[in-house]
Design a protein around this ligand. Structure first.
Ligand code: NIG
Ligand code: FE
Length: 379
């Protein structure tokens, strides 16, 4: 089966040769077969008339914590009344997650994945991290793997009650890893004051690497610590949050292959200063945008909301923000097959209810995903 989408007003491909096309068309199977001027489009089995709308690659949400139960609306309300965010609520969600059935957890992930897909997100990374014991971390990852190949072992989210931090790190790098490694592609750690320090984070990531997992890290969300330099030292695919950066952190990221993944939904929902995207971009770092969807610090599944925040609050141009939310996320997941619409890419795309992709930031909060194709299939 082939599908021709024609009469595209603006086609953002993020392909170095194709660039952004106007009056364009694209032909897809489960991958992109052809893209170019509408007048030269080859025939296909089925045709969609985009009526002058813009088409973009599907969003790649490279950072999400979807396996959890319950929510923390009262904590959010308290924060908006002046309480600080400390990450302490992670233990509240841990208790609700441990108490939930597999069916409840699975239904929650399904709900959030569908909510994301409707808004144009065609790839999601999903982390564990609310089980914080061997059986609940392992089942979190088994459930995550039902929805994505981008599964991340985040046993080292925080130390749960009743165990000393160093003992917990031994568990995370030992028995827990034994039960989780088979279900995960990535290993992650929350490197932060109050969570895990740089030495503990190094132990967690190197243990994961030794078991074939690829490293990524939560770094410098609440304070400026050594997490960014550790990310670069270990060749992490991505350092996520990057809210508090020193000049040497920026240089380290710019001189490395580690993507700086910015999560402005977290700054919005914790009323914190936004990360300095402009300095990172001007220094030459690769920047991605993701939702950080989780019940505590950022309960949004909307990539277009994050993109709008990045444009308005972080001085990214609309084009930079769109790249970061698609191709940037793909880099952060080391996935050359997504985030762009070059020939051979996975046919993940969004026909917008708008004539240009600028509208994603220009019309914040408006649901602009008209038709979403995942692997070439309209959803
Ligand atoms: O990425 N920072 C650590 N983890 C999550 C928040 C988790 C929570 O508050 O439940 C984050 O923001
Ligand atoms: Fe996170």
């Amino acid at each position: 089966m082939s599908l021709l989408i024609t009469n595209i007003g603006e086609l953002t491909t993020h392909d170095p040769e194709l660039g952004t096309l106007h009056d364009a068309a694209i032909v897809v199977g489960d991958t992109v077969r052809w893209a170019g001027p509408a007048a030269k489009a080859p025939d296909a089995d089925r045709v969609i008339d985009a009526r002058g709308a813009a088409v973009i690659p599907g969003f790649v949400d490279s950072h999400a914590h979807l396996v959890f139960a319950g929510d923390r609306a009262p904590e959010f309300a308290a924060r908006m009344a002046g309480e600080p965010y400390t990450g302490g609520g992670i233990r509240t969600t841990m208790a609700a997650t441990r108490a939930a059935s597999d069916e409840t957890l699975r239904a929650n992930v399904e709900r959030l994945v569908q909510e994301s897909l409707r808004q144009g997100t065609t790839t999601m990374e999903i982390k564990s991290g609310y089980g914080l014991n061997v059986p609940d971390e392992a089942r979190s990852l088994r459930i995550a793997a039902e929805f994505t190949t981008e599964t991340t072992y985040l046993g080292a989210h925080v130390t749960p009650p009743g165990i000393e931090p160093d003992d917990y790190v031994r568990l995370v790098t030992g028995e827990m890893l034994d039960h989780c490694a088979a279900h995960a592609k990535w290993v992650d750690v929350f490197c932060e004051r109050g969570a895990f320090d740089v030495d503990q984070a190094r132990a967690v990531l190197t243990a994961g690497i030794a078991r074939g997992l690829q490293p990524r890290i939560h770094a410098n969300q609440l304070t400026e610590g050594g997490g960014i330099r550790l990310a670069v030292e270990l060749g992490c695919a991505s350092a996520d949050h990057c809210t508090h950066l020193s000049a040497s952190d920026v240089d380290a990221l710019a001189g490395s292959d580690t993507v700086a993944t910015l999560l402005p939904g977290a700054e919005f929902s914790t009323r914190s200063p936004y990360p300095d995207a402009r300095t990172l971009l001007d220094a030459g770092a690769t920047v991605a945008l993701a939702t950080d969807c989780n019940p505590g610090s950022s309960y949004t599944s909307s990539m277009s909301f994050c993109l709008a925040l990045a444009v308005r609050e972080m001085r990214m141009t609309p084009a930079e923000a769109l790249w970061a939310a698609t191709a940037g996320g793909a880099r952060a997941l080391r996935r050359p097959d997504i985030g762009h619409l070059g020939v051979g890419a996975r046919a993940d795309l969004v026909i917008l209810d708008a004539p240009s992709a600028v509208h994603l930031a220009y019309r914040p909060g408006v649901p602009l995903a008209h038709t979403v194709l995942h692997k070439g299939v309209p959803q």
